[in-house]
Write a new protein. Structure first.
Length: 299
């Protein structure tokens, strides 16, 4: 069994460290023998990678079509030959994703050329988006910054979202990108930050602004929330302590939090988040030197 781990741009070293090295490095694609291992830094995971010998461009097309219909190519080398093979396959032209529509469900395989006569193909991948790149039809007027794209992506991949009647807590809210997302979904939002919200966001219905530190809140003294969201700037270990307090108090049903690494990547803190039962840790397409942690209530 061979598994491929596709690294986000600029974060291949973090992924190599996380998976304990690779047997073969093919650009952003790290290949390792054995079943998949936890890989938050992988933007996409290629499952059960097949090594396929090919005689020609047409032969590559026939062999890929014999496995399934939908394929997207990764061209690390042999760009022209890769493009010619991909052009023969059924076209994949994804449109920008419209939030809050669900993620695509059609199978999407990935392939790459190792050399002129050998390709690697994974019929099943972890992301329904090409190379794990979630490109949205953006709103360039209402949100006060681009941070809203992270929450759009996290909720899309989680397959669950706040809605009408839900109460949300947005920690580190200023200037209000995440608050805007939550409010637009119909939820009421308590936005907590020492810095004020953008005036247009603060004026939205069902938005309450608290000028305070996210770490000053006592979960035991707060009413329950359906969603606790945090894009607060802090060291991941401090965020972990905050999350553990809210979990211990039983006051939040669902969590979406950004782990922001300042300087070196804190792999120990990342592993601690990943170890929390029922949770998921991932590097979003819209993350920088960050990971996103999601924990949903049991359905």
């Amino acid at each position: 069994m061979l598994t491929g781990y596709f690294a986000a741009e600029e974060f291949r070293e973090q992924l190599l460290t996380e998976i304990g090295g690779a047997d073969l490095v093919h650009g952003r694609l790290l290949l390792k023998a054995g079943p998949p291992v936890p890989a938050a830094w992988a933007q996409n995971v290629w499952h059960d990678v097949l090594r396929i010998g090919i005689d020609s461009i047409g032969d590559a097309d026939r062999k890929l079509r014999a496995i399934q219909r939908n394929w997207v190519a990764y061209a690390h080398e042999l760009h022209r030959r890769t493009a010619l093979i991909q052009a023969k396959l059924p076209p994949i032209r994804p449109k920008p994703h419209v939030f809050p529509k669900p993620a695509p469900t059609a199978p999407l395989g990935c392939w790459t050329l190792l050399d002129e006569r050998t390709l690697l193909a994974a019929p099943r991948c972890s992301s329904p988006f090409p190379h794990g790149e979630v490109r949205f039809a953006e709103n360039k007027s209402a949100p006060p910054n681009r941070a809203y794209l992270k929450l759009w992506e996290a909720l899309t991949l989680a397959g669950s979202m706040p809605g009408k009647g839900d109460r949300c807590l947005d920690l580190g809210a200023s200037p209000g990108g995440w608050t805007w997302v939550l409010q637009q979904l119909g939820a009421s939002v308590v936005a907590v930050d020492k810095a004020p919200l953008d005036p247009g966001i603060a004026a939205l219905p069902a938005v309450e602004q608290r000028l305070a530190s996210a770490f000053s809140l006592d979960p035991a003294a707060e009413p329950p929330v359906d969603w606790l969201c945090s894009d607060v700037v802090c060291y991941p270990a401090r965020l972990l302590a905050l999350v553990q307090r809210w979990m211990a108090a039983g006051k939040a049903r669902n969590f979406v939090c950004t782990l922001k690494f300042q300087g070196a990547t804190d792999h120990d803190a990342a592993r601690a988040f990943a170890a929390i039962p029922g949770s998921r840790l991932m590097h979003l397409y819209h993350n920088k030197h960050e990971l996103t942690w999601i924990r949903l209530a049991a359905r």
